[in-house]
Design a protein around this ligand. Structure first.
Ligand code: ADP
Ligand code: MG
Length: 250
């Protein structure tokens, strides 16, 4: 589903991604861990056309990210097509970013109607099913300010799913939550994983990575330092930097 080969990205004179290589198979839960500032969010943003890469090859579902091919020539993808590509990928951020003036239900229905031009009936039906799925059927008429952080994050997941994405990106989805609210969000992510959704998850929740993840990479300084099955990397890290990162997490 994702193929990244030697991805480089700089901001000004700071090279933030320094040759990222990885592959995410369809249906896989792929976890990214690493210290703050190592480039994890930047990498996710590149997958979703929120940043452009400076060098390397990035493909999502076979298509080059940011380009289209005419004969042998690559052209930058026009903004309209970028928007269409972005709609195929769901993204959930640390901060929930719900529309504050819309109810939970309206938040989930908004993009399918506005972007996909779906009928209200179909959008409503799917939104209700998705709110039910994230355990918030009874909160459909609540505004974000009337919901806990964990509930808002579950609405944010339902909102992303409403676009029927082929891939979901999670950027530290539980980092801003009070500890007692983390479990419900992880449970929703776990059920998504069980349904076969392809997921890239940046997280500090090592228990989630170990129990749910199919693959894991440790990123430091814009490079993949170590990768493998989560259980192996987390219980028996080979690289000194992975070892020291994990021991600091405790
Ligand atoms: P992580 O998510 O692993 O904490 P980020 O990808 O957010 O790391 O950031 C990596 C580095 O890139 C940081 O040093 C950050 O300050 C820098 N950075 C991220 N976005 C920008 C930007 N838009 N402009 C300049 N620097 C940025
Ligand atoms: Mg980040």
């Amino acid at each position: 589903m994702i193929e990244a080969v030697d991805i480089h990205k700089r901001f000004g004179h700071v090279e933030v991604l320094r040759g990222i290589d990885l592959e995410v198979a369809a249906g896989e839960v792929f976890c990214l861990i690493g210290p703050s500032g190592s480039g994890k969010s930047t990498f996710l943003r590149c997958i979703n056309h929120l940043e452009t890469i400076d060098a390397g090859n990035l493909r999502v579902d076979g298509d080059l990210v940011g380009f289209e091919q005419h004969g042998n020539v690559l052209h930058a993808l026009p903004e309209k097509k970028i928007a269409r590509k972005r709609a195929e990928i769901g993204m959930v951020f640390q901060r929930f970013n719900l529309f504050p003036h819309m109810t939970a239900l309206q938040n989930v229905m908004e993009a399918p109607i506005r972007v996909r031009k779906e009928s209200r009936t179909i959008a409503l039906e799917r939104a209700l099913a998705l709110l039910d799925r994230v355990g918030l059927a009874d909160r459909r008429d609540n505004y974000p300010s009337q919901l806990s952080g964990g509930q808002q994050q579950r609405v944010a997941i339902a909102r992303a799913l409403a676009m029927q994405p082929k891939l979901m990106l999670f950027d530290e989805p539980t980092s801003a939550l009070d500890p007692e609210l983390v479990g419900d969000v992880l449970q929703v992510m776990r059920s998504l994983a069980e349904d076969g959704m392809t997921m890239v998850v940046v997280t500090h929740e090592m228990a989630f990575a170990r129990d749910v993840g199919d693959a894991l990479v440790f990123v430091d300084g814009g490079r993949v330092v170590e990768s493998g099955h989560p259980r192996d990397v987390l219980t028996n890290p080979q690289h000194p930097r992975t070892q020291s990162f994990l021991s600091r997490l405790g």
